[in-house]
Design a protein around this ligand. Sequence first.
Ligand code: UD1
Ligand code: MG
Length: 425
Amino acid sequence: MIKSIILAAGKGTRMKSDLPKVLHTIFDKPLVGYVIDAVNNTGVIDENFIIVGHQAEKVEEYVNSNYSNSKCLLQTPQLGTGHAVSMAIPYLKDFTGEIIILCGDTPLITTETLLDFIKFHKDKNSDITVMSAIFDNPTNYGRIIRNSDNSVNSIVEEKDATETQKAVKEINAGIYCINWDKVQAAFSELKNNNAQGEYYLTDIIKWGNEKNLSVNAYILSDNTEIYGINSRANLAEASKILNTRTINKHLNNGVTIIDPSTTWISPETEIGSDTTIYPSCYINGKNKIGSHCKIGPFAHLRGDVTLEDYVKIGNFVEVKKTTIKSHTNACHLTYLGDSEIGANVNIGAGTITANYNPLTKVKSKTIIKDNVKIGSNSVLVAPVTIEEGANVGAVGVITKNIPAWALAITRAPLRILSDWVKNHN
Ligand code: UD1
Ligand code: MG
């Protein structure tokens, strides 16, 4: 199995934030989480070393509580990308396989590309493979310098580059695959005699050539995959790129998305064909939406939502941690949280599941069985169960379980006082 090293010790000054850069989120998932997931989903990488430095404890807490196969290693002070990788040496003493090196602030890299990259490395019998990309504006990136026979010679950083080198449009994407057995010696030989006084990881390319190793570059086809986050503007742009990618996938799979420009769908949401997503929906977290559903306009799915086929979630409806069976409608102005809702249920406009008790801070479940009708403006105070076929009259405040096929009414009877208005003028 392959192992990965993910560099995430940098400060991220331009984020102007109390949070370390790699904990900034897209769809509530930290950037470094995207990189770890892309790596783990290859199925060929069994252990990740995350190099942490700036606000290390916070990054470590996130990684430890979400990824059992990932270990954070502290790099302090941060003396460069080559120095960062060397933090893993004590943990890889007896390891002889392949190591993939990535950055924690490039969340858009895909599992497919990583697999293709690894395949390229193996097919070429390569010892050091660097991922490169062709950029019209290569400013600030390391440039890939090739020999006259097109083989890779070295990587030169912008700050160390000559004018001729700066004109090169092939850049270092910052992702590498190395044969650890052959390349680990490089890390004790790196020098910091460069413009930034850092130990550059990129110098392993030249080192490899000096040792007659096989050094290659894999040219990336979709440059957005290595989009790096350095600022809030970058974060917004990366979110948009990821969203567009997700929306295109659903469009190709037979989902109608009326206005992709106002629709947000997290990458971990599955949607069945012939479902329509109306404009201005925000679908966050992990969800499973069936076929022939109608969502929105202006719906908010907050994660852990499962909708079977033919479910309607209408305007200003918020749903979280809820399962809804087929042919159930919640069409207007509703909150459904921590709920299990059956088939053929009608949730009237303005219905709220009161799932949270702010005094005890406990969240409880609402269970609504098949064929139930909930009248408009009802409050279902959880924990509560509405058994099969029961009806709740409009403005019901339901604090007890309702038996099957019963009608529950809690509102005061209507009184009509004849001529009351006339008599009071
Ligand atoms: C690096 C590459 C450059 C490449 C670019 C791609 C080097 C010397 N240069 O430049 O060729 O085009 O990435 O984005 O590698 N980090 C640490 N510890 C350190 C220094 C950095 O963990 O001591 C981490 C950072 O948090 C970041 C990553 O390494 O995630 C890259 O570092 P950064 O300073 O952004 O390098 P670049 O100058 O962008
Ligand atoms: Mg960078």
